[in-house]
Ligand binder design. Structure first.
Ligand code: 6PG
Length: 244
């Protein structure tokens, strides 16, 4: 397993601590680079984090320096309940003073093959570059019970090693189309942080962290930073099988 593991008593404790860290990352990266590029995760886990940032830290960062992107998006309109952008807008974006031009959403309503090209261009134009790939200051990731992250699923791990910035993916059960950043872009970030809470994730976390499997077919286990820092933040429920 790569990276550091930090276990918090509750999801609230995790969200509070990580929100503080994000504010620090924004300040440091803005000072170093003039702006900060953060790729947000979808799913339900980060809702609490986004709400804590909005409720407790909305005045703690210069949001004009922050550019938000998404690690993946469902191919649905922004107003759809499934939209990762829609969730972030409800929980965070509507509650902070961030210029609309700093929000780089994946347009789930577009034809996926067109959107892959369009979003790739938007990422490349609005982020730093290193080793031929975009460099995000921070990529926030969730973890599926099957070991997927972003929308890189075990059923199609080609997106891990693709030379593209993003790819079209399909949810293995619902076949819902997704747009996902590729593993090479995620691994090129300065900071990669997994947020994992709840007992449903204990099994997959045990496999990844205790290295009880080769990890070859567990996309999240193949997230290995090229030059940056990888952190696993989890609560006690998700960490119950970890060897301490
Ligand atoms: C998505 C996410 C996905 C998510 C995991 C965990 O679009 O759904 O990017 O990778 O982070 O499936 O989802 P939960 O947080 O809902 O458990």
């Amino acid at each position: 397993m790569n990276g550091s593991v930090t276990i918090f008593p509750t999801p609230g404790d995790l969200a509070m601590k990580f929100a503080e860290e994000i504010v620090t990352v924004i300040s440091e990266s803005a000072r170093l680079h003039g702006s900060v590029s953060i790729a947000l995760s979808g799913g339900s886990t980060p809702e609490l984090l986004y709400s804590v940032i909005a409720d407790r830290f909305s005045h703690s960062a210069d949001w004009k320096t922050v550019r938000f992107f998404w690690g993946d998006e469902r191919c649905v309109p922004p107003g759809d309940i499934e939209s990762n952008y829609g969730m972030a807008r409800r929980c965070l974006l509507d509650k902070i003073k961030i210029p609309g031009s700093n929000i780089h959403r994946i347009r789930g309503e577009n034809d996926p093959l067109f959107e892959v090209i369009r979003y790739s261009g938007e990422v490349r134009t609005n982020t730093r570059s290193g080793d031929g790939f975009p460099v995000f200051d921070l990529v926030i990731l969730g973890l599926g019970e099957d070991g997927h992250t972003a929308s890189i699923f075990p059923s199609d791990i080609s997106s891990l090693d693709s030379d593209n910035i993003c790819e079209v993916a399909f949810h293995p059960v619902t076949m819902q189309k997704r747009i996902t950043l590729t593993g090479r872009v995620i691994n090129n970030a300065d900071r990669i942080t997994f947020l994992v809470t709840g007992k449903k994730k204990a099994g997959i976390i045990g496999k990844i962290i205790n290295k009880r499997s080769s990890g070859q077919n567990i996309p999240a286990a193949r997230i290995v930073p090229v030059h940056g820092v990888l952190k696993w933040l989890m609560d006690e429920e998700a960490a119950v099988f970890l060897r301490r």
